[in-house]
Ligand binder design. Structure first.
Ligand code: PRP
Length: 228
């Protein structure tokens, strides 16, 4: 049996077509069911539904053989015990620094001010600001980071940005992009040895599905005007 860890929401929705191309269709819609283990059209594959931040932990410790996780979550986890064979190129966004639109970030950095930075992504943020030589006090939050600069809790946030609508709605502006993010396939190192043939063939099927999806998107990109 192959156990696949997925989180509900964007990752689940965008992984579905890739799984379908590998002949794997979940037998239930997780949004309509309270079940945490879902069978699939392949009798040897089941899906376990876990929180996004728990996917690497499940796969690392063998609670699942493989899973799909955002690069942001993977970096924060550290990636121990995980093989990362594939960038699935789904759930794309970026990790950025944002501040209130009336906060002069460049001047604060120039002055060498100590910045209070609120984020869920403390490892990424620590590394980013250390590389820039900016002194920061990191404040760990678990969600709604946008609120921190608005309430005076922090000068800046490090958060994921996709459309930019959440920042805009809260009068925040993106001042630096730190990382480009997409979802990665992660595999338990021991499982890859023990179930080599089955897992290898599944990884290859997913790889083909990713390539086909990218190729299908190419002609569309070619018709779009070039970015400034
Ligand atoms: C993410 C992120 C931002 C928002 C950005 O939150 O933390 O709040 O999406 O998207 P946008 O640029 O398209 O507006 P998510 O909804 O994933 O929930 P979270 O607060 O639990 O991270």
């Amino acid at each position: 049996m192959i156990t696949f860890a997925l989180s509900k929401g964007r990752i689940f929705d965008e992984t579905l077509p890739l799984l379908a191309a590998a002949g794997i269709v979940p037998s239930e819609d997780p949004e309509r069911s309270r079940k945490l283990i879902i069978g699939t059209s392949r009798p040897d594959v089941r899906i376990v539904l876990v929180r996004a931040t728990d996917v690497p932990t499940y796969v690392q410790h063998g609670g699942a053989d493989l899973g799909v996780v955002g690069r942001d979550t993977l970096i924060e986890h550290g990636g121990q015990g995980l093989v990362q064979p594939l960038d699935l190129q789904i759930a794309r966004c970026r990790m950025s620094v944002a501040v209130r639109s009336d906060f002069d970030y460049a001047a604060a950095v120039r002055r060498g001010s100590r910045l209070a930075v609120a984020t869920k992504y403390t490892s990424c943020a620590r590394e980013h600001f250390a590389a820039k030589g900016v002194h920061v006090d990191l404040i760990k939050l678990y969600g709604s980071m946008e609120l921190a600069p608005l309430t005076g809790l922090a000068d800046a946030i490090v958060d994921l940005v996709s459309t930019g609508n959440t920042l805009k709605a809260n009068h925040l502006v993106e001042v630096e992009q730190i990382l480009s993010i997409s979802a990665r396939l992660v595999v338990n190192r021991a499982a890859l040895r023990l179930q080599h043939a089955r897992l290898r063939s599944l990884i290859e099927q997913l790889e083909v599905a990713v390539q086909q999806r990218t190729q299908a998107a190419e002609p569309l990109r070619a018709t779009l005007p070039a970015a400034p």
